[in-house]
Design a protein around this ligand. Structure first.
Ligand SMILES: NC(=O)c1ccc[n+]([C@@H]2O[C@H](COP(=O)([O-])OP(=O)(O)OC[C@H]3O[C@@H](n4cnc5c(N)ncnc54)[C@H](O)[C@@H]3O)[C@@H](O)[C@H]2O)c1
Length: 377
């Protein structure tokens, strides 16, 4: 079996939490280069996950100069995704870039073009597609069980879940708040299931009201309102060329009881379906349920009666309440990626699809700024 040699750029939360553990679990995969602006972070990750002679560096160009590397994982802040991914593609590497694809649609388009010109694979870290409930619901859609899906809702809401580490509140580095950070997952799920990548018109609104008040109750600790530059909640309405409509709800902080992150609800002519989180003690906390939707509910009408069918998605938590390693889809995402690199399977998350997600999010921000509906370019 050919060894696949991977490099990681950005050895922070998602690099160490999702990419590296998933890569090193797979036979025939080696992580041979580690780059982070903070040398100690690259060193620590290399020690835990790298080959004995792994390159450790602070300048990503040192990684790209290597000719033996097959793929680069870009796990740096959003503002750097386009620059690093494009440079990596131009240097002949395949690229797995973290979500969101980029800060703007223009940057995402440049990434797409670079991948096409280089003839290399580009994918985006939408691991929620690989959750059991997502795969089940996608299969229902593909088999036509819901009929023509003409309305959907993309949920990305946290009650008080502002990420206070890293640069998440920095407008220049991230491009935005929960819309670009969380809704990107929920919208990706929704478009993928509807298989509709032809948006037409978007209307959006963003708020920063709780951001400016502050919250000692935030699950990741309080923030400094003066340093909080992005929105705390954002909402969007998307009309597609065929008339289908999707609503997007996203928040890091919002006064609402239901927290539904990276979930979707679909309404079709034959049936409807939605994901919903388990109730009771297996939920991590009542107010922050990242990727913990474990049930799919199908609703419809049969024999003259309305029905709701509840599908439980298998064992999700192990005894002590912790999650199995691949519960949130991160491991399955990595396996699918390595298969695509080996030419054994098609890419699951195609860059064209992520580009359309980015176009819609960009249009929501534009609409929120202008107060007008925006035609998606
Ligand atoms: N898929 C998911 O669900 C998910 C979850 C969390 C974060 N993310 C994404 O991952 C990315 C990183 O987020 P994080 O939470 O890991 O942040 P983080 O701050 O923990 O890690 C980012 C790392 O990148 C390093 N870095 C910054 N600029 C760099 C550069 N030019 N070259 C090399 N290293 C550089 C930083 O020093 C830091 O160690 C973001 O785009 C975020 O949206 C995705």
């Amino acid at each position: 079996m050919k060894q696949i040699k991977v490099a990681i750029i950005g050895c922070g939360f998602i690099g160490n939490g999702k990419h590296l553990p998933s890569l090193v679990r797979q036979e025939g995969v080696q992580v041979v280069a580690f780059c982070d602006l903070v040398l100690e972070k690259a060193q620590t990750s290399a020690k835990q996950f790298g080959t004995a002679d792994a390159l450790v560096c602070t300048d990503y160009r040192d990684v790209l100069n290597r000719t033996d590397i097959d793929a680069v994982h870009v796990c740096t802040p959003n503002s750097t995704h386009a620059e690093i991914s494009i440079a990596a593609l131009k240097s002949g590497k395949h690229v797995m870039c973290e979500k969101p694809m980029a800060k703007t649609a223009a940057e995402a388009k440049a990434m797409l073009d670079a991948a096409r010109e280089a003839g290399k694979l580009l994918t985006i870290g939408y691991q929620n597609r690989f959750r059991e409930d997502s795969l089940f619901m996608k299969d229902l859609c593909d088999r036509g069980e819901l009929g023509d899906i003409y309305f959907g809702k993309a949920f990305a809401t946290r009650r008080r879940g502002v990420p206070t580490w890293g640069v998440f509140m920095d407008k220049e580095k991230q491009g935005g708040g929960p819309l670009i950070d969380l809704a990107t997952h929920a919208l990706d799920l929704t478009l993928w299931m509807m298989n509709n990548y032809e948006p037409d018109v978007v209307l959006g609104a963003t708020f920063d009201k709780i951001a400016k008040i502050g919250s000692p109750a935030n699950i990741m600790g309080p923030w400094d309102p003066a340093a909080y530059e992005v929105e705390d909640s954002a909402f969007g309405l998307v009309k597609f060329k065929n008339g289908a409509t999707v609503m997007i709800e996203s928040s890091w902080a919002l006064n609402m009881i239901v927290s539904n992150e990276a979930m979707t609800m679909l309404c079709g002519t034959k049936a409807g379906a939605d994901m919903f989180p388990p109730t009771g003690p297996i939920v991590r906390t009542a107010d922050f349920q990242s990727a913990s939707s474990l049930h799919v509910r199908v609703n419809g009408e049969s024999a003259g009666k309305l029905y709701i069918q509840n599908y439980a998605m298998g064992a999700a938590f192990i005894g002590d309440g912790s999650r199995p390693e691949d519960f949130d889809g991160g491991f399955r995402e990595s396996v699918a990626w390595i298969k695509a690199l080996r030419g054994e399977a098609e890419l699951v998350v195609k860059p064209e699809q992520a580009y359309t997600v980015t176009r819609i999010l960009d249009a929501i921000y534009q609409s929120a700024n202008s107060g007008q509906a925006v035609t998606v370019a």
